[in-house]
Write a protein that binds this ligand. Structure first.
Ligand SMILES: NC(=O)c1ccc[n+]([C@@H]2O[C@H](COP(=O)([O-])OP(=O)(O)OC[C@H]3O[C@@H](n4cnc5c(N)ncnc54)[C@H](OP(=O)(O)O)[C@@H]3O)[C@@H](O)[C@H]2O)c1
Length: 264
């Protein structure tokens, strides 16, 4: 990072908890590489205090924007002045830019980052049959991005089935020709994605039954810590190719920096 001066633009990441976040390291490094006079700092903000903090950031003229993560991604949407079409359909944002006039504009980059990470590892999802475990914020973003990337069909499974139906209703509006199914078994899918939060804690159950995994499938994670989740270990043991969670963030860094106008 270059020296912080009176001209330095301030970016933030809003989260609770905050200690585990990885975007500041990545974006501060990227700003240094690009020669941007900016810094990203962690802001530990409880859910109840989000409106107060957003009002303060809106009024802060040296504030360039924020990365937004758990638990604020959905709650922040009504506090913004505008969101992209994708963010409106997903119902969440993970990046907010402050325009010079103080307007706050939101975008969701999780899904695009996931697909960019897959492609960077040589896996193009176009035409693939895809299975997604989860229907939360990250899963919604990934479902739209996989549809956008041209998967041939999409199966979704979630602990709370109503969230799958809700996701399908929104997906059908944008991608009416994409075949959608709700099923627990990942067998017979080229690409299997864990987009639940299961795998973060050592005692978590697996997000899906590994009996449905076989050689020829690619099993992808969004959990970044640990890098080798129990699901990826089970998939590798059954001869599957695996794709860890970190590339989803790496794939997003350039997208985040461009959206936040981190340029000299
Ligand atoms: N790699 C990356 O760049 C990246 C980016 C974004 C998020 N993430 C990670 O993705 C994870 C999910 O984030 P999110 O924002 O999507 O969270 P979220 O909106 O709270 O969704 C959590 C999902 O996990 C499911 N789930 C949670 N506990 C479960 C359990 N005990 N049994 C079965 N299903 C369970 C939920 O099912 P229900 O609907 O039934 O509750 C839901 O589908 C987080 O761990 C986050 O760190 C990674």
């Amino acid at each position: 990072m270059t020296e912080i001066t009176g001209r330095t633009r301030v970016f933030a990441i809003l989260a609770d908890p905050i200690a585990q976040v990885k975007a500041p390291q990545g974006l501060n490094r990227l700003m240094a590489e690009r020669g941007v006079d900016g810094v990203m700092v962690p802001l530990h903000v409880a859910a109840a205090d989000l409106p107060t903090v957003v009002a303060g950031l809106r009024a802060t003229q040296s504030f360039g924007g924020a990365i937004v993560t758990v638990p604020h991604k959905t709650a922040i949407v009504p506090l913004l002045d505008a969101v992209s079409d994708a963010a409106r359909l997903v119902g969440a944002v993970n990046a907010v830019r402050r325009e010079p006039d103080g307007r706050l504009v939101g975008e969701i980059l999780d899904g695009a980052g996931f697909v960019a990470g897959l492609r960077a590892a040589g896996h193009d999802p176009r035409g693939a049959s895809a299975y997604l475990a989860g229907a939360g914020g990250a899963a919604n973003a990934i479902a739209f991005a996989l549809a956008e990337a041209g998967v041939g069909r999409l199966t979704v499974h979630n602990r709370t089935p109503a969230r799958v139906e809700d996701l399908f209703a929104r997906l059908r509006r944008l991608h009416p020709a994409l075949p959608l199914a709700s099923a627990a078994d990942p067998a017979g899918h080229d690409l299997v994605v864990n987009a639940t939060s299961l795998g973060l804690r050592p005692d978590d159950p697996l997000p899906l039954d590994p009996a449905g995994l076989a050689a020829g499938q690619l099993v992808a994670e969004i959990i970044m810590q640990p890098a080798k989740t129990p699901l990826l270990a089970a998939a590798a043991a059954r001869g599957c190719r695996t794709h860890p969670g970190l590339p989803m963030l790496e794939g997003q860094l350039a997208l985040m920096a461009d959206f936040l106008r981190m340029r000299p």
